[in-house]
Design a protein around this ligand. Structure first.
Ligand code: FAD
Length: 380
């Protein structure tokens, strides 16, 4: 089994070897098998997975620098690392022994899973329309999902569906659905503005039958499954934005040193230095927020609102940072020859993944209002 790679090896892999595949990723929207195997050999998918399942068992504090490093490369890189190092959590927390055994394969990179909640015709959460109806010893799934990441190659989908089961206090249930089930269609034609290689897809279930052993967690526990990894995920995405911000800053520093106008590198102009200083400040603030959430985790405290705060700040940060970076590149930055053009597009995805900016605002505002109300009661 591969040991822990150094951060230098990790950064080098994702910003050079992985990045040379960018034209292919843009053309096919899929990560080729040899690249996934190389990432697996590096240990990229086993970083946080517990040791008893073949992982390296890194604590979040030690893991996030690796994720930041992956996020300095193409968007598909950080997504591969993020998904593998996050989605084992619901399997271990809610899975049967057979479902838990899949985690070993995830660590090796031989088994991959993704999460399928979002629908075009319904709201993300309790509002979903995909249904699972009992049929003998199993369930029949009917409905549609979209925007499902890495649907090209994953072996299983964690599908969240409404269950017609009156025993459930809440009729939303999760299923671990293999990709080769009859009545389950995967349409890879959905293309995204950025994150080339992430193979987003439409899923259609037309009475697809799964055995009850495919159920992940109890009937009615679907939203618990969906939310069980969300806090870690949001923190992880915040760390990704810090990594991507650092890459945007490095590109900007290098380009503005190279680009000479009126006899001077533009990096020597105060106008450009102001862009650079604002980028640095914003990235540093995002990184500090990420660290503060890690401190809470270390202290064993709840970090739901803090992870949402970090994600909310960082998505606005990465918007500002990539905007500064593009501006400092001049018109060249708007061309596909410039790395910043790809980074700028990739950055926009963060505003939707795992809860929109508005959803983060709702989580944070709810927390603040509860905290302040409690403080008023305490002081009265
Ligand atoms: C790169 C990328 C990867 C993704 N990967 C996956 C994946 O693997 N699996 C998966 O299931 N999904 C995935 N998604 C989908 C993502 O989770 C959703 O796009 C996101 O949750 C928002 O849902 P929606 O697109 O249906 O937006 P909508 O719900 O249509 O929202 C539209 C707008 O209305 C606002 N809004 C909606 N409802 C409310 C409300 N109640 N209160 C206030 N504002 C509201 C939203 O904030 C948004 O601004 C991915 C998305 C992207 C961009």
């Amino acid at each position: 089994m591969a040991g822990l790679p150094t951060l230098g090896e990790f950064t080098e892999f994702f910003t050079t070897q992985f990045e040379t595949y960018l034209p292919e990723l843009e053309r096919t929207d899929q990560v080729p098998d040899e690249l996934i195997k190389a990432a697996a050999a590096l240990g990229a998918f086993r970083l946080t997975i517990p040791r008893e399942y073949g992982g390296l068992g890194l604590h979040v504090r030690d893991y996030l620098p690796y994720l930041e490093a992956a996020a300095m490369g193409p968007g598909a890189a950080r997504m591969l690392v993020h998904v593998a190092n996050g989605l084992w959590r619901p399997l271990l927390q809610f899975g049967t022994p057979a479902q838990r055994a899949i985690v070993q394969g995830m660590a090796e990179g031989s088994q991959r899973i993704t999460f399928a909640l979002t629908e075009r015709g319904a709201g993300t959460g309790r509002d979903i329309e995909t249904r699972a109806v009992r049929d003998g010893d199993g369930w029949r799934l009917t409905g549609e999902k979209h925007l499902i990441t890495f649907a090209d190659k994953v072996d299983y989908f964690i599908v969240i569906a409404a269950t017609d089961d009156r025993k459930a206090s809440d009729s939303v249930t999760a299923f671990l659905v293999p990709r080769d089930v009859e009545g389950f269609d995967i349409d890879l034609s959905q293309r995204t503005m950025g994150l080339a290689g992430t193979a987003h897809a439409f899923l259609t279930f037309t009475g697809a039958y799964v055995d009850d052993s495919a159920r992940l967690g109890e009937v009615g526990q679907g939203l618990d499954v969906a939310f069980s990894f969300l806090d870690y995920s949001r923190l992880s995405l915040a760390a990704c934005m810090v990594g991507m911000g650092r890459r945007a800053l490095a590109e900007t520093a290098a380009y503005t040193e190279r680009r000479v106008t009126f006899g001077k590198a533009i990096a020597r102009r105060q106008a450009i230095q102001m862009h650079i200083a604002d980028m640095e400040t914003d990235i540093a603030a995002g990184a500090a927020l990420v660290r503060s959430v890690v401190d809470l985790i270390d202290a064993g405290e709840s970090f739901t609102a803090d992870a949402a705060t970090a994600k909310l700040y960082c998505l606005k940060m990465i918007g500002r940072v990539t905007d500064h970076a593009l501006q400092a590149h001049g018109g060249y930055g708007f061309t596909t020859d410039a790395a910043i053009e790809r980074i700028y597009r990739d950055a926009r995805g963060f505003w939707f993944e795992e809860g929109t900016a508005e959803v983060q605002q709702l989580v944070v505002a709810r927390h603040v209002l509860q905290r302040e109300a409690a403080a008023r009661v305490g002081s009265s």
